[in-house]
Design a protein around this ligand. Structure first.
Ligand code: AMP
Ligand code: GLY
Length: 422
């Protein structure tokens, strides 16, 4: 099979790594890719938001199967253009991608599916939104309706903070994503992510994970795209997982099918768990980054068969081969991230790292410059390892992180603390 992966982050490096291990893969192209991906696959310069260009690329390169990594091309309908062009795609249609692209839409689906989630109200004007905040009190959560690169959610601890968020959103800080605002009840509990594949009808769980959103040790400092993750998430017991499937995921998938927008691809289910009861925080229509890295480390080559089965509508006859292992990934970021940071600083020592089915250094934001590996983003590397226990996976990953010579980078020293201290 000739396979095309769309995207350029650590998530896509991990997907490429898993796909390359599968003997059914004859040729792999990643567009646009990065310096790490270029070491295992062909990278191609392509505007992945331009559906017509992606279709033409697939025709020219005789592509059999397309895996879409990030949400932006999905929300832009690239999977639809590819299907119209006769290509097999892993990833939801534009209509189904609204589960991530519109928070108000997701709330509407939860209502229709009777799925447990935070109470909420929707607003298109600042005045009534502020009245609602004053009536409800803090803590309270203010969300821009549309895609805002992970920055459109304000968990406000005071009414003033919430009111300020309303002014920012209606003031245009998030562009059209903030034209509508969802205000939610603040949910307490422990967060976890649950990943399932869907083929429009059947739902197949493929793993759980927890990430670390704050930049600093002890979960302090500003929010980031994620500083590390591990799988499985101990809070996702069999009972909690079953409840999440029965009360949230399956009713959502049934509602999507009923509306004529069946969901096909991976669904990232963000949950808040309290007293054994999961409630939905959000859906994403893609793998998490860096959660994908730990899932791929645990699934290995079968990941490609699973995605292929989802795209072909064969999940009812598909099983996951589980191994009772744990995986953990640590994000190495550029000093200053998530604020301003430098690009182009040299990274040394990667050639000393072992790369096996047990440990890999996935590249998130790297480039080659004058024959040297340099940073090319905020989150730059994801050292990822697995082990029989989470402690073993953490030890392997931290040994890798420590062996990388990059003075302009940093990483958290406590990834996995919550699970390790259980
Ligand atoms: P989202 O992009 O919707 O996942 O929101 C980002 C983060 O904000 C989540 O991972 C949670 O940590 C937090 N969050 C979102 N909604 C709520 C809520 N209703 N209650 C508490 N925390 C929330
Ligand atoms: N790591 C969080 C996300 O991918 O949205």
């Amino acid at each position: 099979m000739n396979i095309l992966i769309l995207g350029s982050g650590g998530r896509e490096h991990a997907l490429a790594w898993a796909v390359m291990q599968n003997p059914k893969c004859d040729k792999l192209i990643v567009a646009p890719g990065n310096a790490g991906i270029a070491g295992i696959a062909t990278c191609a310069d392509l505007d992945i938001l331009d559906g017509a260009a992606v279709v033409e690329f697939c025709e020219n390169n005789v592509i059999d199967f397309v895996i879409v990594g990030p949400e932006a091309p999905l929300a832009a309908g690239v999977a639809d253009r590819l299907r119209d062009g006769g290509f097999l795609v892993f990833g939801p249609s534009e209509g189904a991608a609204r589960l991530e692209a519109s928070k108000a839409f997701t709330k509407e689906i939860c209502d229709a599916a009777n799925a447990p989630t935070a109470g909420y109200a929707r607003f298109t004007e600042a005045g009534p939104a502020k009245d609602y905040i004053r009536a409800e009190g803090a803590p309270i959560v203010v969300k821009a309706d549309g895609l805002a690169a992970g920055k459109g959610v304000i968990v406000a601890m005071t009414e003033e903070e919430a009111v300020e968020a309303i002014d920012d959103m209606f003031g245009g800080e998030f562009g059209s994503a903030g034209a509508e605002v969802v205000i939610e009840e603040f949910m307490e509990g422990e967060e976890a992510s649950f990943f399932v594949l869907c083929d429009g009808e059947t739902v197949l769980p493929i793993g759980t994970a927890q990430d670390h959103k704050r930049v600093g040790d002890g979960d302090t400092g500003p929010n980031t795209g994620g500083m590390g993750a591990y799988s499985p998430a101990p809070v996702m017991t069999d009972a909690v997982t079953q409840k999440a499937l029965d009360e949230i995921v399956k009713p959502t998938m049934a509602e999507m099918a009923k509306r004529g927008t069946p969901y096909q691809g991976v669904l990232y289910v963000g949950l808040m768990i309290k007293d054994g009861q999961p409630r939905l925080v959000e859906y994403n229509v893609r793998f998490g980054d860096p959660e994908c890295q730990v899932l791929m480390m645990r699934l290995g080559a079968q990941a490609m068969d699973l995605m292929h089965a989802a795209a072909e509508g064969r999940l009812a006859e598909t099983k996951v081969n589980w191994s009772e292992d744990h995986a953990l990934t640590i994000v190495l970021a550029a000093e200053g991230y998530p604020g301003t940071y430098r690009k182009g600083t040299e990274i040394r020592g990667l050639d000393t790292l072992p790369e096996t089915s047990q440990q890999m250094c996935f590249h998130a934001g790297t480039a080659m410059k004058d024959g040297k590996l340099v940073s090319n983003g905020g989150r730059v590397l994801n050292v990822t390892a697995r082990g029989a226990t989470l402690a073993e996976a953490a030890e392997r990953a931290y040994a890798m992180a420590g062996a990388i010579d990059w003075p302009e980078g940093f990483f958290r020293s406590d990834i996995g603390w919550r699970a390790l201290s259980r």
